[in-house]
Design a binder for this molecule. Structure first.
Ligand SMILES: NC(=O)c1ccc[n+]([C@@H]2O[C@H](COP(=O)([O-])OP(=O)(O)OC[C@H]3O[C@@H](n4cnc5c(N)ncnc54)[C@H](OP(=O)(O)O)[C@@H]3O)[C@@H](O)[C@H]2O)c1
Length: 341
């Protein structure tokens, strides 16, 4: 049996293309003492993977040339020589872009509980790191309150759609999304229940935001950075908070990133801006997962999964995040037989 793997061949400039990655075939890894062999089912396609392809400082080292692309994923344990895992467990962790992965002490996976009543794609989306990011970003870092006018960028995306729904569920005064194009803006309002959505591609975002919330933005959940962050900063309310969750508009353009011009508005309006990583909240993941799973099961949290079939299509799936071609959480199906019971 072979293990198909996607490795980093060359660091991309801009979008990932044919020269960036290669598909390799190597033997399925041998399961040693203290290890488990995992058949990979699905990959989580996250914008941060693109940042790991750059030879630049980050919160994790760059992916080495010739290395398997680092990625979160899920799979099923098919062989175990570790007390942590039982054959048949469906697990979540850093699988990489490959068909088979090894779990060990340096690459620990978590076992997904049985009987959740949710399918694997939903778990990887709203109950996984995506939903958890939205939860802690909005509630802890953003300190959401009922008097807040909230703005969320990337609002039709995986993280943004959950962040806005959490704000609505917790009684925010008004929740405004920002997304690219009329179809996505319709999704944000009709599917995810935001009060309004502004299409940033129409331009004049700062002026249109002012029309939507003349008293200013109390809490901005930023998924995109760049010009959109600047437009929101120019509308920040007194004591407004900006949660820096992501800056996807800058991940492909590291050499010529947008210089934020409107930080002086944080002085004028006595605001603050704070970045975070979901991993900072690892000891509290269960709290978020309980609430998010409850919302999904109770029908109060809408979610979409954008499934791309086949490991070999993972690079194209990553590009979808940057063209806006994804609708909801982007996942690559490597082996559809891997399911939750
Ligand atoms: N801090 C953390 O721990 C953490 C954890 C997870 C994710 N994140 C961040 O959260 C953000 C969203 O990630 P996700 O996985 O949920 O992806 P996603 O929102 O499902 O997909 C990315 C979306 O970004 C938008 N986009 C791409 N390029 C853009 C640009 N130049 N200007 C404006 N919008 C652009 C596109 O939406 P449109 O079609 O609307 O343009 C695209 O659909 C990313 O920045 C990611 O790095 C952070």
């Amino acid at each position: 049996m072979t293990n198909r793997q996607i490795i980093l061949r060359q660091r991309p400039e801009g979008m990932v293309d044919d020269s960036t990655t290669s598909v390799l075939e190597s033997p399925v890894p041998v399961c040693g003492p203290g290890q488990a062999l995992i058949k990979v089912g699905m990959l989580s396609i996250d914008p941060t993977i693109r940042t790991w392809m750059n030879d630049a400082p980050g919160y994790l080292p760059p992916i080495g040339l010739g290395d398997v692309i680092r990625s979160g994923g899920t799979g099923v344990v098919v062989e175990s020589k570790s007390a942590r895992y039982t054959v048949g467990d469906v697990v979540s962790g850093v699988t990489g872009w490959q068909e088979w992965a090894i779990a060990d002490d340096t690459n620990k996976f978590s076992v997904i509980p049985k009987g959740l009543g949710l399918d694997l794609a939903t778990v990887m989306n709203v109950v996984g790191l995506t939903g958890i990011t939205a939860y802690f970003g909005m509630i802890d870092v953003g300190a959401l309150s009922e008097s807040d006018v909230v703005v969320v960028s990337g609002a039709a995306g995986a993280t943004g759609s959950v962040a806005g729904q959490i704000a609505k569920a917790r009684g925010a005064k008004k929740v405004i999304g920002i997304a690219g194009g009329p179809e996505k803006c319709a999704e944000v309002v009709e599917d995810y229940g935001f009060d309004e959505c502004l299409d940033y591609r129409e331009g004049h975002l700062a002026r249109r935001l002012h029309e939507s919330c003349p008293q200013g933005v109390d809490l901005y959940f930023d998924n995109v950075g760049g010009e959109i962050l600047d437009a929101v900063l120019s509308n920040i309310a007194m004591k407004g908070r900006v949660v820096l969750c992501g800056a996807i508009s800058q991940y492909n353009t590291m050499e010529k990133s947008h210089g934020i011009a409107n930080t002086s508005m944080l002085i004028v309006r006595r605001g603050r801006m704070e970045g975070f990583l979901v991993l900072d909240f690892a000891s509290r993941f269960a709290e978020a997962q309980l609430e998010l799973a409850g919302m999904v099961l109770g029908g109060t949290l809408a979610h979409h999964e954008h499934l791309v079939q086949g490991l070999e299509h993972a690079p194209e799936a990553l590009n979808l995040l940057f063209t806006g071609g994804n609708h909801g959480k982007t996942l690559v199906v490597v082996d559809e037989s891997v399911q939750l019971s």
